[in-house]
Ligand binder design. Structure first.
Ligand code: MG
Length: 256
């Protein structure tokens, strides 16, 4: 079932999203060579708890996810488990995905950060993955369909020869972290669920430098590229409103 939020509920979605944005802002500074992904997880946990919110990802799913963030380094696409053994080094990239739950509503967003000096073609991958989100955002308005968003993301990303990850999708969000409808990063324009005001959705392109093939690692969570090449991720929680889309999770200093 697709949840339609009332205007009175928007402020709760905004409150959850604001906490997520604060974590992302803190991550941008904290990500550097020598830092472990477990340290980043602790930082996110502390920020979320300081607002009397709950980390949406902690203990989510089966087996229960053990972190407050997903920390996916280099060829890890999504769902990387924070670890004291994963220490960032110059030239890495890391995708941080984080969710916060407060007053019955969730916010969920992801960014990929460069660690120190990163290869130009990988920096371009990060930038274009972000832009593919904004290509999809153009269709996050009442009257369009989910397929319009999906198609826009896919067309932009594939124009550079990148692999668009298909088994994992964006999703509806509101009272639940993941709810209807699925929002794939590929598809046909004019198809799929109709977008209406009051919907909360997460658009989250996962884009590979190489092929779109992915594998699950033995930890039963981490999804990695099959060819070992890097992958980038960009996500925001979007409220569809009569005044256009609102990104609840965008950082205050973001230039959008
Ligand atoms: Mg998500």
């Amino acid at each position: 079932m697709v949840e339609i939020l009332t205007e009175g509920e928007y402020e709760y979605m905004l409150a959850a999203g604001k906490i997520v944005a604060e974590v992302l802002t803190a991550m941008r500074t904290a990500v550097k060579p020598g830092v472990s992904t477990l340290e980043l997880d602790k930082l996110a946990y502390d920020i979320i708890l300081s607002h009397n919110a709950t980390p949406s990802f902690l203990n989510y799913g089966t087996p229960p996810f053990p972190g407050s963030i997903c920390a996916s380094v280099n060829d890890a696409v999504v769902h990387g488990i924070p670890s004291s053994k994963v220490i960032l080094k110059d030239g890495d990239i890391i995708s941080v995905d984080v969710g916060a739950y407060i007053n019955g509503y969730h916010g969920d967003a992801a960014r990929t950060f460069a660690v120190g000096n990163v290869d130009k073609k990988v920096l371009l991958l990060i930038e274009r993955t972000k832009q593919s989100f904004f290509e999809g955002l153009k269709y996050c308005r009442e009257g369009y369909r989910v397929g319009d968003i999906s198609h826009a993301v896919q067309e932009y990303a594939e124009s550079f020869g990148y692999g668009v990850v298909k088994p994992l999708t964006g999703h509806g969000i509101g009272h639940n972290l993941h709810q209807d409808p699925d929002v794939p990063n590929y598809g046909r324009a004019g198809r799929g669920h109709r977008i209406t005001n009051g919907m909360g959705i997460c658009v989250e392109p996962m884009i590979n430098l190489g092929t779109d093939d992915v594998v699950m690692l033995d930890d039963e969570w981490t999804i990695a590229t099959a060819d070992g090449k890097p992958s980038a991720h960009y996500e925001n929680t979007i409220l569809i409103t009569a005044n256009g889309p609102i990104l609840t999770t965008i950082e205050e200093d973001a230039n959008v």
